[in-house]
Structure formats: C-alpha cells, structure tokens
Design a protein around this ligand. Structure first.
Ligand SMILES: *Cc1c(COP(=O)(O)O)cnc(C)c1O
Length: 386
C-alpha cells in the first residue's frame, strides 16, 4: 500500500507536472513576476468559473478577509458575527481591525454557523456576518441573506475551504459559494482544494464600486499612481503562483469529484456504526452522500466519534501510520486572544462538544481504495473496542 498522507500534493503534481514546469519557467523568462499577464488571466478565468463579476487576487486568505472588511468600511466598535468553530484567521482579522468579534455556536449536523444563534447575537452595533463554509459545505445562505437584509448587515463569505462547492437555494437554484454574499474571500494555501505552491488568496464580489475600492486597498490605497486616497495594504498574488493556479483551475471540478468519491467510500464503510457520525452531504441526503451531489467539496472529511476517547483514537491512527487532524481542538471563544466576558458557556454547547469528538481523516485527490479500506477498518476496530 502507498504511504497514506493527509494531503498528497506530490501525487497531484505528477499529473500536471509538464504544464506547471513549463509555465513556471515561462514566467521566469518573462520577468513579469508581479501583476503580470498570468495574474490577470487567472483572475478572468476564476471570474468565469465562479460566475462573479470581480475577482481581486491577493497574498493569502487571511489578507483577503481583512481587505474585504476594510473595503466595506467597517469601523472600530462595529460588531461582526462569526462562528466559534473555525480556523482562527476569521476572528483574527476582525479583532485586528478594531472591530468587535461576536462568536456564536454552530449547527451539530453541518458544523456551520447556527442561524438561531446569529439572530440572538444581533445588536444595534452589528454590521456584518461572516459565515465560513466549513470543511467544504456551504452555510445556510438563504437564511443568512434573509437575516442580513432584515437587519441591514453585510455578509462576507469565508470561502477558504469551500471553493467549487454549490449552494442549493430553497427555490432549487444553485449558486457557487463565494458568489452569494456581498463579498467573499478565499485562500490558495497549498492544501486548500485549489492550492498554489506558496501563499495566495482572492476576494470576490459582484459589486462594481466595492471591487474598485478593494483594488485600491490591495495596492497601498492607490487609485491613481502615487496618489494614496485611503490607508491600504500591500497584498499581491505573484505570477508564479497565478500560473500554477491556471494549470489547476480547469481540474478543480474533477479534484472535488475525487474528494467526493473518497468521502462516499468512507461513509459507506462507516454505515451502521452507531458511535461514528459521518458528515452530512446535504441535498436532503441526510448523512449519506447522493451521487449527483455537488454541494460538499470535502476540504475535510470530519467524523464525530461518540463514547470513544478521541485523542486515543488519534494516537491509534498515528501508530498505524495514518495521519489525521483535529480541526479544531479548542473553541475560539476559549482562546486567550479572544476571551470576552460577555460570552456565556451555555451558549456554546455544540462547539464545546464538537471539539472533543471530531477527527478529520486523510482527504485529497489521490486516495485509493486500499488506503480507504485500511483507514476505515482501523477506525472501526478502535471505536468498537471503546
Ligand atoms: C485557510 C483558511 C484561512 C486563511 O487562509 P491563509 O491563506 O492561510 O491566510 C481563512 N479561513 C479559513 C476558514 C481557512 O481554512
């Protein structure tokens, strides 16, 4: 059996090696390293893929979130609601800008921001909601957009884990995640579903004025050369990363299909094991993943294990040369940097439980059946004992 990896970037590279190598060499020869034609082409291709009017490339996914919030003109003291169960970047940039993060609990089935918790957290100071499409599954965007409209709030989608996922509205129409809120951000960190070979990120919006504002912010607040109208940042995607992304973007749907196929096999193997809760596939399919489903792009395949010592399971998997991850082991509201005396532990029942139960299995485009069988058998044997 091939050695199991959490993310197999090398295996994926082998399939696109010739194109990537040649195009990276071409960029080097061209010397257009920053803001070159490759960056511009990638921007256009991603706009087409997502069906959004504007993509603004930038240096990483954390910058993308920060710049989106700067572009909306959020001011110190404004409250921004986001999920307690996510990667820290989301809450970090809120705090960094002097805005007030308001963390709320998540839904136990889809792991995304809980709609009733959002409603409860709204105050006259609330200005924005940041749903995270966690692990590659869209948050409930119909409900979030409805709340935003009612309370006149901005919606900033953190699409770092969800690129290529579709959200099905109540009326049956499908939209790409990142094209629904007022603005969205993504990351091209190597392990993300669309990853480059370094750091990268992008902001998406359909709003022409906001796109203009953001294009200035990413470039030192310049709209006319050497005229600095607003305080900006320096955040750029470089041409070498853009050319890698151009080679990978045409494969993104097939990469996500490969992830979904692996997820379907995992879920099938765990069927009927009452202490193992498999991730929802959405699409009314409950915890199974329907064949035509293009909702979930499985950035992570995350189980909840019940009546089991999760940390001992992690050790057991590692002892069997199976890498795995605990995303995330500590709720953000209990992180030292984000403590807030207004939080009440009783409001975080789901996150507090998830952090003790979740385990994410190896997930990438190159998993084979032998590896999946070995992983699922090793999990099942341990959980049964427990
Ligand atoms: C990866 C990630 C980010 C940050 O992206 P970087 O490119 O690493 O800065 C932000 N939010 C979420 C949910 C992420 O998973």
């Amino acid at each position: 059996m091939k050695k199991i990896q959490m993310v197999d970037l090398k295996g994926q590279y082998e399939h696109i090696k010739e194109r990537v190598n040649q195009s990276v060499l071409d960029v080097i020869e061209s010397t257009a390293y920053i803001n070159g034609p490759e960056v511009h082409q990638f921007q256009k291709e991603l706009e087409d893929y997502l069906g959004v009017k504007h993509v603004i490339p930038c240096a990483n996914g954390t910058d993308a979130l920060q710049i989106a919030m700067m572009g909306l003109g959020l001011q110190p003291g404004d409250e921004v609601i986001t999920a307690d169960f996510t990667f820290a970047a989301t809450v970090e940039v809120i705090a960094l800008l002097g805005l007030t993060p308001v963390l709320v609990d998540v839904d136990p089935v889809n792991f995304n921001i809980d709609i009733s918790a959002i409603k409860k957290a709204i105050t006259p100071k609330t200005k924005a909601i940041v749903p995270v499409h966690l692990f590659g599954l869209s948050a409930d965007m119909d409900a979030i957009m409805e709340i935003a409209e009612e309370h006149n709030l901005y919606v900033i989608e953190d699409n770092a884990q969800g690129i290529g996922a579709k959200y099905t509205s109540g009326d049956g129409s499908k939209k790409m995640t990142g094209s629904i809120g007022h603005v969205a951000s993504t990351s091209f960190f190597p392990s993300k579903n669309l990853g480059c070979y370094g750091d990268g990120g992008a902001i998406f919006t359909n709003d022409d004025d906001l796109a203009h504002t953001i294009r200035g912010i990413v470039n030192h607040g310049m709209y006319v050369r050497y005229h600095h109208d607003v305080v900006g940042v320096n955040s750029r995607l470089d041409s070498i990363q853009a050319t890698v992304l151009r080679a990978k973007l045409p494969n993104l749907d097939s990469y996500n299909t490969a992830r979904r196929n692996a997820a379907r096999k995992y879920t099938k193997a765990f069927e009927g094991h009452e202490n193992i809760i498999t991730p929802t596939g959405f699409c009314d399919a409950g915890n199974s993943i329907c064949d035509s489903c293009d909702c979930h792009v499985f950035h992570q395949y995350t189980l909840r294990v019940l009546n089991t010592d999760r940390d001992a399971l992690v050790k057991h998997l590692n002892d069997n040369s199976i890498p795995c991850g605990v995303y995330y082991p500590i709720p953000l509201h209990r992180q030292k940097a984000y403590l807030d005396e207004r939080y009440n532990e009783n409001d975080f029942g789901v996150t507090n439980e998830l952090v003790t139960q979740v385990v994410s299995l190896p997930m990438h485009t190159e998993l084979d059946d032998e590896q999946i069988s070995f992983i699922t058998e090793t999990v099942i044997n341990f959980v049964n004992q427990g």
